[in-house]
Design a protein around this ligand. Structure first.
Ligand code: PLP
Ligand SMILES: N[C@H](C=O)CCC(=O)O
Length: 432
C-alpha cells in the first residue's frame, strides 16, 4: 500500500509562502525526485519517523554528521549536561580545548585548529588563510566538488548545484570567479598541466579527498599523491576538505587512509555530532597567521559553542577502531547486496564505496569523475527513489549524494534494506 504524506504536504504548502522553496537548504526540496519534501517528526538510532507517522530506515544521517545514529544516548546526555550550564558565553570554555586535543590527536597534520560554525565557513576561511600565506590570489578546485557556498567555491560545484542543474551561481562577481580554476576530478594529467602553467600564482588547491558531492567517487590510486607532489613543487597550499570524510571513513580520516598529508584541513559534520560546527586547521606555520596571533581575520559569535562541542566530543568518543570495523562490515554488506541485486535483475548499477560512504549510480560504466556521474540514468533514479521511500527507506533525494551508514544500522536493517532494493530493482526491470 502506498504511503500517505498529507501532513508533509500541508506543512510544505505553508512553508513555501515564507521560506525560499519551502526549505532552508535546496537539496531538501526533493525537486529532482519529483516529490513533496518529507517533514520529520522524530528520529532514534537509524530510524526516522515523519509527521504522517511513516517510519523509515535512514541513510541520509543529516547528510553525514550522524555516524552513530540519531539521538545517541551519550550525545543527548553530554548536550543536556552542557545545556544546564548555559548555551553560549562568548568566552572560552574547557570543552574547546578538549575538542582541539581530540582533533590534533586524530589528525596528525593538524597542529592548530580553529572552530567555526559550518563547513562553508571552514573552507572560506582556509582559502583566505592560504591566500595570505602565499600572497597569491588564484585557487584550484575540482569539477563537481562541493565545498560550501562561499562565492569563489560555487564554480562548477556538485551537491545541490548539480542536483538542480544550476549554472555557476548568479550573484558571484566575475571578478571573484576569475580566480577559481577547475580541473576534472581524478585527472592527474590535466591537473599537472594546469599547474605547470599557473602553479606559481595558485594559492591553494582544495580537494575532497573522497568526492562525496557528485555521488561518492573515491580518488584513483596516485591522484592525491600527485596533488601533494605538485603543490609542494609550486609552494601551493594543499587543502583537504574533510567536512564529509573527516572522522567518517577512518579513525584518522581520509588523509590517514590514503597516507597523504595536506597543509590545511577543513572539517565539519561528524565533529559537531549533529549540531552546527565546522573547523579548519593544519601546519602551525600557516595557522599562526590567524588572528589574533596573526593578522588574517576570522571570527564567530557562536564559534566553539559548548553544546556543539559537547555533541561532537560525545560522538568522537564512540568512534573507536572497533566502531570503524563495524561500519565497514555493515556498509560492505549493503554494497555487496546492491551489486548482487543489480546482477540478478540486470539493472545497470555502479557502487562506489569507501568505509561507510556508499554511492549508487544507475550506469553500466565505472564512475570516476563528475562527467561520468552526469551520464548516469536520472529517470531510473527517480523511479527507484520514489519506490524506496514507499518501502520505508530514506535516501538523499539525488543521485549526486551518497548513502551514509551509521553504527546504529543493525545487520537486520541492512538485510531488510537489501531485500527491498532487490524487490524494487525487479520491479524496475519489468517496467523498462
Ligand atoms: C565536502 C564538503 N565541504 C563543505 C561543505 C559545506 O558544509 P556546510 O553545509 O556545513 O556549510 C559540505 C557540505 O555541505 C561538504 O560536503
Ligand atoms: N551534499 C551537501 C553536503 O554535504 C548536502 C547538504 C546540503 O546542501 O544541505
Amino acid at each position: 500500500m502506498a504511503l500517505t504524506f498529507d501532513k508533509s504536504i500541508a506543512f510544505h504548502k505553508e512553508a513555501v509562502e515564507m521560506i525560499p522553496g519551502g526549505v532552508n537548504s535546496p537539496v531538501r526540496a526533493f525537486r529532482s525526485v519529483d516529490m513533496n519534501p518529507i517533514y520529520v517528526k522524530e528520529a532514534q538510532g537509524a530510524k526516522v519517523v515523519d509527521v504522517d507517522g511513516n517510519p523509515y530506515i535512514d541513510y541520509i544521517g543529516s547528510w553525514g554528521p550522524l555516524i552513530i545514529g540519531h539521538a545517541h544516548p551519550q550525545v543527548v546526555k553530554r548536550i543536556e549536561q552542557a545545556l544546564h550550564r548555559g548555551t553560549s558565553f562568548g568566552l572560552p570554555t574547557e570543552l574547546e580545548i578538549e575538542m582541539a586535543r581530540e582533533v590534533t590527536k586524530r589528525m596528525p597534520s593538524v597542529d592548530v585548529v580553529r572552530m567555526v560554525n559550518s563547513g562553508t565557513e571552514a573552507t572560506m576561511s582556509a582559502l583566505r588563510l592560504a591566500r595570505a600565506y602565499t600572497g597569491r590570489s588564484r585557487i584550484l578546485k575540482f569539477v563537481g566538488s562541493y565545498h560550501g557556498h562561499s562565492d569563489g567555491l560555487l564554480i562548477r560545484a556538485g551537491s545541490g548545484v548539480a542536483t538542480l542543474g544550476l549554472p555557476d551561481s548568479p550573484g558571484v562577481p566575475k571578478e571573484v570567479a576569475q580566480y577559481t580554476m577547475t580541473v576534472p576530478y581524478n585527472n592527474a594529467e590535466s591537473f599537472t598541466k594546469v599547474m605547470e602553467q599557473y602553479g606559481n600564482d595558485v594559492a591553494a588547491v582544495i580537494v575532497e579527498p573522497i568526492a562525496g558531492n557528485m555521488g561518492v567517487v573515491p580518488p584513483l590510486p596516485g591522484f592525491l599523491q600527485t596533488l601533494r607532489e605538485i603543490t609542494e613543487k609550486y609552494g601551493t597550499v594543499l587543502i583537504f576538505d574533510e567536512v564529509m570524510t573527516g572522522y567518517r571513513v577512518d579513525y584518522y580520516s581520509a588523509q590517514g587512509l590514503y597516507q597523504v598529508t595536506p597543509d590545511l584541513t577543513t572539517m565539519g559534520k561528524v565533529i559537531g555530532g549533529g549540531l552546527p560546527v565546522g573547523a579548519y586547521g593544519g601546519r602551525r606555520e600557516i595557522m599562526e597567521l590567524v588572528a589574533p596571533q596573526g593578522s588574517v581575520y576570522q571570527a564567530g559569535t557562536l564559534s566553539g559553542n559548548p553544546l556543539a562541542m559537547a555533541a561532537g566530543l560525545a560522538t568522537l568518543e564512540q568512534l573507536t577502531e572497533e566502531a570503524y570495523q563495524k561500519l565497514e562490515r555493515a556498509a560492505a554488506k549493503l554494497a555487496e547486496g546492491i551489486i548482487q541485486s543489480g546482477q540478478e535483475t540486470k539493472i545497470p548499477v555502479q557502487i562506489n564505496r569507501v568505509g561507510s560512504m556508499v554511492g549508487l549510480f544507475f550506469s553500466d560504466q565505472p564512475v570516476t569523475n563528475y562527467q561520468q556521474a552526469l551520464q548516469s540514468n536520472n529517470d531510473l533514479f527517480l523511479k527507484y527513489y520514489q519506490q524506496m521511500v514507499n518501502e520505508g527507506i530514506l535516501l538523499a533525494p539525488s543521485q549526486y549524494e551518497g548513502m551514509f551508514v551509521s553504527t546504529a544500522h543493525t545487520d537486520e536493517m541492512i538485510e531488510q534494506t537489501v531485500a527491498i532494493i532487490r524487490r524494487v530493482f525487479k520491479k524496475l526491470a519489468t517496467e523498462s
